[in-house]
Design a protein around this ligand. Structure first.
Ligand SMILES: Nc1ncnc2c1ncn2[C@@H]1O[C@H](COP(=O)(O)OP(=O)(O)OP(=O)(O)O)[C@@H](O)[C@H]1O
Ligand SMILES: [Mg+2]
Length: 456
């Protein structure tokens, strides 16, 4: 087995890697690092959680630390693009860890926060910028960042960065990069239609494919549970109660859906938080921080947390809704069983999700073990909207009150009260009411008025 010391890395980098607790390089690291140290372009594909970040950052740090000149303001020497703010931050943290003592300067650039500190960092000169495309483009348009001196360009989660959501921004960023540079693309999945686009970005690339794209980690215990939409809440609660979960990451398709699960679990005294695109950046950071520290054991997320996020101790991933894109399944479940650990992935499938399940199984070339869950009616599940008492509209028209709901136990004979009870009419008092005797002498106002009108 290869050792880190065989990879021609600097003394300081080797020391940092040992301090990080790594003993041997993972296959993607062992195969990519020598190619990258030679300066070639590379397409790297390896399963989730197998150390792709170190595979591209270690050689980058080595290359940039040989710098013999001062940095130029607003002109970084390396650019790493990632699809989410959380992943960009995480890559920056990895750089801090692997790059200790190398005197390199890095900064992370993403939206949702003020730009002043990011602009200041760029002005002071940076070796590496880790960015999400939107904010980077914004700062480039404002003249705070120029890419003409970039020596190394990395697209992490490359297939995601080149698909519909990001391709327009990427198309604007790429022409600003110099022609002569080292380009690296990394991902655990690489759909064929994206692979051709990726190939256009690379010059004489080497391809390191540790496993075929979209291979799920063998150590993940995967299963599907068929359940009706209405009983998914209940099933989730059962899993959290009965399985020996450490940290659980629950994926939903929508932001609203994520919020609703948080409400439900909180109602059942299960501490959790949601992370999605409608939350403020501070709320997103707090949710992830609380999850990492174990303050909350359950994090409900949209696909924002599906790619790249590395949280130690995630024992379970629950797909509350199956993802529309089959690739997302591979990335979502890859949040567990990282760096050699074990994990479980449980996917809920309702009647409307059979096609999605079929697409996933086709992609991962695996038929998932199946189970069924039949829930029981549960008041708290149905009452996500405030309860309104039932009123019979016909009864209201006739002025009656609706019949009271029966509180009889099952099997008990129900005796219904008569539907509309009217009090017996009292005989009319001739001295009361509009035509009582004194009224007879009083002038009738309406009548006199009519007479007046006729007169004039
Ligand atoms: N050589 C190594 N030995 C042990 N652990 C490692 C090694 N390299 C990386 N790790 C650890 O493995 C975990 C996963 O690494 P990383 O996030 O780079 O995976 P990845 O391949 O990028 O996954 P994903 O596809 O989900 O983005 C991290 O916690 C990292 O610290
Ligand atoms: Mg990664």
């Amino acid at each position: 087995m290869q050792k880190f010391s065989d990879l021609q890395l600097k003394e300081q980098i080797l020391k940092n890697v040992l301090n990080a607790g790594y003993e041997t390089p993972t296959p993607i690291q062992a195969q990519s690092i020598p190619i990258l140290l030679e300066g070639g372009d590379l397409l790297g594909i390896a399963q989730t959680g197998t150390g792709k970040t170190a595979a591209f950052t270690l050689p980058m740090l080595q290359h940039l630390s040989d710098r013999q000149f001062s940095l130029m303001s607003c002109e970084p020497r390396a650019l790493i693009l990632a699809p989410t703010r959380e992943l960009a931050s995480q890559i920056k943290e990895q750089l801090d860890k692997y790059g200790q003592g190398l005197k390199l300067k890095y900064a992370v650039i993403f939206g949702g926060v003020g730009q002043a500190s990011q602009v200041a960092a760029l002005r002071n000169g940076l070796d590496i910028v880790v960015a999400t495309p939107g904010r980077l483009l914004d700062l480039m348009n404002q003249g705070h960042c120029r890419l003409n001196r970039v020596e190394i360009f990395v697209l992490d989660e490359a297939d995601r960065m080149l698909d519909m959501g990001f391709i327009n921004d990427i198309r604007k960023i790429i022409p600003k990069l110099p022609a002569k540079k080292q380009t690296l693309l990394f991902s655990a999945t690489m759909p064929p239609e994206i692979a051709t686009l990726a190939a256009k970005l690379l010059h004489n690339p080497k391809k390191v494919e540790v496993t075929p794209p979209a291979t799920t980690v063998e150590r993940i215990n995967q299963r599907v549970i068929f359940v009706s939409k209405a009983h998914k809440y209940q099933l989730l609660r059962k899993i959290l109660k009965e399985e020996s979960t450490e940290l659980t990451l629950v994926f939903t398709r929508t932001k609203h859906g994520a919020n609703k699960i948080v409400d439900y679990l909180n109602m059942h005294q299960i501490g959790c938080a949601a992370i999605h695109g409608n939350k403020s950046q501070s709320a997103r950071e707090k949710a992830l921080e609380d999850f990492k520290s174990g303050k909350i054991k359950v994090l409900i997320a949209t696909d924002i947390a599906a790619r790249g996020i590395d949280v130690q101790g995630v024992s379970h991933v629950v797909n509350y809704d199956l993802p529309v894109e089959a690739e997302s399944y591979v990335h979502r479940i890859g949040r567990t069983a990282r760096a050699g650990k074990d994990g479980s992935a449980i996917s809920f499938c309702d009647d409307s999700e059979n096609d999605a399940l079929h697409r996933i199984e086709k992609l991962i070339k695996l038929k998932l073990p199946r189970e069924n869950f039949i829930g029981v009616p549960e008041a708290s599940v149905q009452s996500s909207r405030p309860d309104r008492p039932y009123r019979d509209p016909r009864a209201q028209q006739r002025g009656g009150r609706p019949a009271p709901r029966s509180e009889a136990q099952p099997g008990e004979k129900v005796i219904h009260p008569p539907r509309y009870e009217h009090a017996p009419k009292a005989p009319r008092d001739p001295n009361q009411g509009p035509n009582k005797p004194d009224d007879k002498n009083k002038p009738k106002v309406g009548f006199r008025f009519r007479q007046k009108k006729e007169r004039y």
